[in-house]
Design a binder for this molecule. Structure first.
Ligand SMILES: [Zn+2]
Length: 306
């Protein structure tokens, strides 16, 4: 286990999910970059540029047994983990938040050389603005202008979810690849859309929406630990799963929740049913993915081995 900083997490036809919420469509294929650093360490990134709301995959090779590493992404501590305890290869996922300002950033690795000398090596990353449409929607007034009591609930919900995303479990809880949380579905929409509700600008849409009938089973996108399973004001009946190393998935607007906080779930285990609870205009599943607080397009992680 590597030393990491533990403290810190198309409008589809007739409905719209109204949770604070990358661009739809295909991601352009970009070439990977790599750099050979001191003491035989090699850094690799899946791309030298990324758009808002996307994921980059990082790899470190040439690590010696027992050698400890720490890493930063855009100035923030970011975990790296060994493929297996005696492997010379480490991995990381870098999330580009859907509102991260466009510009130049870097992924930086730090370690100690043979003589104890601190060493660093970095790769530059250019973040490009995403192309997110703006949409105007009308919802019940209580979801745009909550009264003081509702506002208190919203603040409590935010405190709770922040504490969850601030916690980095230094352990790989995932097994194999991520899957879409509905059977027979491969695409969803709305990610990153900028929102104007009842004429007022609101947070962008941070998840992917899948329109689906109420009662349709929802499955865990990956193995992990359930860290939230309750009703929240905006997201309705909500489940959050911690997959380890700052990777969390969220499932919102459920009609039924089938798990409890603390449960360990396997990939594809049923965790609830599709519904229309919270701020919605119709039944659907809202699926969110955060990587160390960065809100990214969950569809980008499907079929990838982190
Ligand atoms: Zn949504």
């Amino acid at each position: 286990m590597e030393k990491i900083k533990l403290k810190r997490v198309s409008l589809l036809l007739s409905f719209a999910c109204l949770l604070p919420g990358p661009a739809q469509g295909k991601q352009p294929v970009r070439s990977a970059i790599k750099k050979t650093c001191e003491s035989g360490i090699v850094l690799k990134l899946s791309s030298a540029s990324a758009s808002q709301g996307s994921i980059l995959i990082g790899e470190v090779t040439g690590a010696k047994p027992g050698q400890e590493f720490s890493a930063e992404w855009a100035g923030q501590p970011m975990p790296v983990w060994r493929e297996s305890p005696d492997s010379a290869t480490l991995h990381t996922l870098l999330g580009v938040d859907l509102e991260k300002p466009a510009g130049s950033y870097e992924w930086k690795l730090s370690w100690s050389g043979g003589d104890g000398k601190p060493l660093t090596c970095s790769l530059p990353v250019t973040v490009r603005a995403g192309k997110f449409p703006t949409e105007r929607l009308t919802v019940e007034k209580q979801f745009v202008q909550p009264d003081p009591e509702q506002l208190k609930r919203v603040e409590e919900d935010q405190k709770k979810t922040k504490a969850i995303y601030d916690t980095v479990t230094p352990e790989v809880l995932w097994k194999g690849k991520f899957v879409v949380p509905l059977k027979g579905v491969s695409t969803g929409g709305n990610f990153g859309r900028r929102r104007v509700l009842n004429g007022e600008a609101r947070s962008p849409h941070a998840g992917v929406d899948f329109p689906s009938p109420t009662g349709t089973p929802v499955y865990a996108a990956q193995s992990g630990k359930v860290v939230l399973a309750e009703n929240l004001y905006y997201s309705g009946n909500t489940v959050v799963i911690d997959h380890g190393y700052g990777i969390h998935t969220l499932y919102a607007h459920l009609s039924e929740i089938g798990v409890h906080a603390g449960d360990l779930v396997e990939v594809s285990a049923e965790i609830g049913k599709v519904g229309a609870t919270g701020r919605v205009t119709g039944p659907h599943l809202h699926w969110g993915l955060t990587i160390d607080h960065a809100r990214v397009n969950a569809l980008q992680i499907v079929q990838r081995q982190p």
